[in-house]
Design a protein around this ligand. Structure first.
Ligand SMILES: Nc1ncnc2c1ncn2[C@@H]1O[C@H](COP(=O)(O)OP(=O)(O)OP(=O)(O)O)[C@@H](O)[C@H]1O
Ligand SMILES: [Mg+2]
Length: 251
């Protein structure tokens, strides 16, 4: 059984239809990349999966995760899954950090909420996930507040909280865009290890270099529709759609 099956997903923000009959599946230990120009609906797919759509959004279709349709779950059931089995690295991570708490507290909070355990053990987990997320000298940063950290470090704090519970699925929305090349490599390496553990990632990116490096399969979105889907090699060697060729040429 696939980890995730998205079937005929349609999404409206008020009158505007942002996703049109989107279907795809994701296996365990697979990295699926979503590419497409700005406004094509990439983030909307991730928000639909994790159940964080804004007020006034209407969604239809199925998002079957481990055999259960997430669109049919109530908020309480979704809260048990979100942060633990499915996590998200947001496009604008700073907006999701609370200025009033240290980053260590914020990273540990998810772990305490879902798994729990003695405080020093949670502290060890926090440091370990900060290190895995490529944060140098985590012991020095763990007691800092978000405003004391650079944008790139804040991004890695969000990555650390997204991996601390060893989720089955990570939704990553342009996770490396704000990072310099060496850190970007490190994060991509982290995704490869996550994949080797049999976990899965959906990676939204503008960067076909990133797709080539870590992607197994790709879906190409245009105006809310999947216009092309295939293995990374197929898409690179023989893109079927003119639009995909154009995106490839843009790099
Ligand atoms: N909260 C919202 N309310 C109304 N319309 C929205 C909302 N969020 C997104 N949209 C619209 O839905 C469409 C898809 O947006 P989405 O953010 O999913 O695109 P995207 O591919 O992630 O773009 P980008 O590459 O710029 O992040 C766009 O037309 C956008 O304007
Ligand atoms: Mg987006």
């Amino acid at each position: 059984m696939n980890l995730l099956e998205v079937r005929s997903l349609n999404l409206w923000y008020g009158e505007t239809q942002a996703l049109k009959d989107v279907s795809f599946s994701l296996g365990r230990g697979e990295i699926l990349c979503i590419v497409g120009e700005s406004g094509s609906g990439k983030s909307s797919i991730l928000y639909s999966i994790i159940g964080l759509l804004p007020e006034g959004a209407r969604v239809e279709g199925e998002v079957v995760f481990e055999g259960r349709d997430l669109l049919k779950l109530d908020e309480g059931e979704m809260k048990n899954i979100r942060g633990k089995d499915i996590t998200m690295i947001f496009q604008e991570p700073s907006a999701y950090l609370d200025p009033l708490f240290t980053v260590g507290v914020q990273i540990g909070e998810t772990y305490l909420a879902h798994i729990g355990g003695p405080r020093d053990l949670v502290g060890d987990k926090v440091i370990e996930s900060m290190r895995r997320a490529g944060i140098p000298k985590p012991q020095e940063k763990v007691n800092m507040y978000p405003h004391q950290l650079s944008g790139g470090l804040k991004q890695r704090v969000c990555i650390a909280s997204s991996i601390i519970c060893d989720p089955k699925l990570i939704l990553a929305d342009e996770p490396t865009t704000a990072l310099d090349v060496s850190i970007q490599k490190r994060i991509l390496h982290l995704f490869m290890r996550i994949k080797e553990e049999g976990r899965s990632v959906i990676l939204v990116t503008h960067d076909f270099g990133v797709v080539a490096e870590v992607g197994d399969r790709v879906i190409v979105l245009k105006d809310g529709k999947v216009i092309e889907e295939g293995n990374v090699e197929e898409i690179f060697d023989a893109p079927k759609e003119e639009y995909t060729r154009m995106l490839l040429e843009a790099i």
